[in-house]
Design a protein around this ligand. Structure first.
Ligand SMILES: Nc1nc2c(ncn2[C@@H]2O[C@H](COP(=O)(O)OP(=O)(O)OP(=O)(O)O)[C@@H](O)[C@H]2O)c(=O)[nH]1
Ligand SMILES: [Mg+2]
Length: 308
């Protein structure tokens, strides 16, 4: 059976394999992705973000449980926030969700979010497509924090849940970073802790509408039924086609960015890049002027100049 067929049947190992191929920029991933493409379509993409340690994975673990009661497939993509150093955090995530690891209808894995200097694949859009082709109706995407990348990633989600917890991160910082603006719902996790009430008061005083706030406790399983109801309602309000269109725009942008980086590197070449760096190191040029020269070299006047 072909890899694409296995994926269509929901085989988790095949799904993981193709996502790895995409992450590693393996050229033979492309034919599989093309075969799968006609089978991809609107999925419930739910973004879950918030400061490290707020309880995102613990809540996702409970959400998986609720969604599985409906006998639907659930996919979880944990976006590796910045660097290889965060690998440890994902091990924690898997631990948090380990009870689902043996479930053939649940797929959990981390995806690198950034292009490294070597142009590491940005696999998230393709991972979403692969899961959609495997008939995963709900895809939960966990990201940490509120950097540009994270907010960008959440732009593709139909529903965004922001998880906050007392004593974790700086809520006012989260406010400033615009994290709260992108949230369809702000989950005040760890409401079992006495400080939970304080956090709620603080947010209300900061002008956050009360109906946007939902106190929950992943530890005690409190508020989870309401959370699932609210997610259903939020999903019901949004047009799945529009969400999917937005996903496609986001996907195209990322594919274009990646292609441009690769094309830019190809046109400029490692040698010129090294020379430019050397000039900067010797203070013969500042990095900005050197960059302008490189970009002009690569893309100026529509084609690379000859003889230089
Ligand atoms: N008291 C209490 N502790 C909780 C609750 N939810 C999670 N925790 C604890 O908070 C810690 C972090 O939980 P995670 O679910 O890993 O948080 P996270 O947001 O996924 O963390 P990162 O993935 O590292 O960003 C763990 O020690 C959990 O046991 C809760 O509702 N109440
Ligand atoms: Mg986590």
């Amino acid at each position: 059976m072909t890899l694409a067929r296995k994926i269509r049947k929901g085989d988790l190992r095949s799904i993981a394999r193709l996502i790895s191929m995409v992450e590693n920029d393996a050229p033979d991933a492309l034919p599989h992705l093309k075969v799968l493409f006609p089978h991809t379509g609107p999925a419930r993409i739910i973004g879950i973000t918030g400061p490290a340690g707020a309880g995102k994975s613990s809540l996702i673990n409970l959400l998986i449980k609720e969604i599985r009661k409906r006998n639907e497939r659930v996919g979880v993509l944990a976006v590796d926030p910045t660097s290889p150093f965060s690998g440890g955090a994902f091990l924690g995530d898997r631990l948090r969700m380990r009870e689902h690891l043996a479930d053939p209808l649940v797929f959990i894995r981390s995806v690198a979010s950034r292009r490294g200097p070597g142009g590491v694949a940005h696999a998230l859009p393709q991972a979403v497509r692969i899961l959609a082709a495997a008939r995963f109706k709900t895809i939960l995407i966990e990201t940490v924090g509120a950097g540009q990348d994270e907010v960008g990633i959440l732009g593709l989600a139909g529903v965004v849940l922001v998880v906050l917890a007392p004593g974790v991160g700086d809520e006012i910082q989260a406010l400033k970073a615009g994290l709260l603006e992108i949230g369809d719902l702000l989950l005040l996790n760890k409401s079992d802790l006495p400080e939970g009430r304080l956090l709620e008061d603080q947010l209300l005083r900061a002008g956050i509408p009360a109906d946007l706030l939902l106190p929950v406790s992943a530890l005690k399983g409190e508020g989870i039924a309401t959370l699932v109801e609210r997610i259903d309602r939020l999903c019901g309000k949004k047009d799945p086609q529009e969400i999917w269109r937005r996903f496609c725009r986001w996907e195209m942008q990322h594919l274009l960015e990646k292609a441009l980086v690769l094309e830019g590197m190809r046109r400029v070449g490692a040698g010129l890049l090294a020379k430019a760096a050397e000039r900067v190191a010797r203070r013969e040029s500042d990095p900005y002027t050197a960059l302008t020269a490189l970009v002009q070299r690569g893309f100026g006047a529509g084609r690379p100049r000859k003889g230089r």
